[in-house]
Design a protein around this ligand. Structure first.
Ligand code: HEC
Length: 144
């Protein structure tokens, strides 16, 4: 089995990587070829015009970004993380972009975590996809 995870180290200059079997699994497991590599990515969703319909598709269907594994919109999706209904009324565009690019920079109210489990979406989505997701999130106004 192969696994890969992407995280943002924020301002840290050192990280500790622990390989464990999660939960109550028992038995023996061997890990090999564990490595940490820096990923360089586009910083900004630039001035690309986003398409909110495509953004919605990405939000609900993108296999890797998996927004709905964690977030719900209109009752669809994960419930353990902040639901994004009304996000565009609660937060401004800059905050939303920041949440996508460097999840550790700001932590959503009520979710105090040392390192955010939210993947830096900028590593997973291409510039246009990121612009589309941003456009979609900006349609999520309170009362919709
Ligand atoms: C593995 C779970 C996970 C996935 C997958 C994930 N997120 Fe998140 N997200 C979180 C958590 C936890 C927070 C709150 C803590 C934080 O801000 O880091 C968050 C915060 C946010 C926020 C800020 C919310 C607020 O109320 O401040 C936005 C916007 C957001 N995510 C959008 C997305 C989008 C869009 C995707 C998919 C491209 C996505 N997330 C994928 C876990 C996830």
């Amino acid at each position: 089995m192969e696994g890969e995870t992407i995280f943002s180290g924020g301002d840290r200059t050192r990280v500790t990587v622990q390989c464990i079997i999660a939960g109550r699994a028992s038995g023996t497991v061997w890990f090999d070829d564990v490595s940490v590599a820096e990923v360089v990515y586009e910083q900004e969703p630039k001035a690309l015009p986003g398409d909110s319909k495509r953004g919605e598709q990405i939000f609900f269907n993108h296999p890797v970004a998996g927004c709905v594994r964690c977030h719900a919109v209109a009752g669809k999706g994960g419930v353990t993380r902040p639901a994004l209904d009304g996000i565009a009324s609660r937060k401004d565009e800059a905050y939303i972009v920041e949440s996508l690019l460097s999840p550790n920079a700001k932590t959503a109210e009520g979710f105090k975590l040392a390192v955010s489990p939210m993947p830096p979406v900028g590593l997973i989505l291409k510039g246009q996809e990121l612009a589309d997701v941003k456009a979609y999130l900006l349609t999520l106004k309170a009362g919709n």
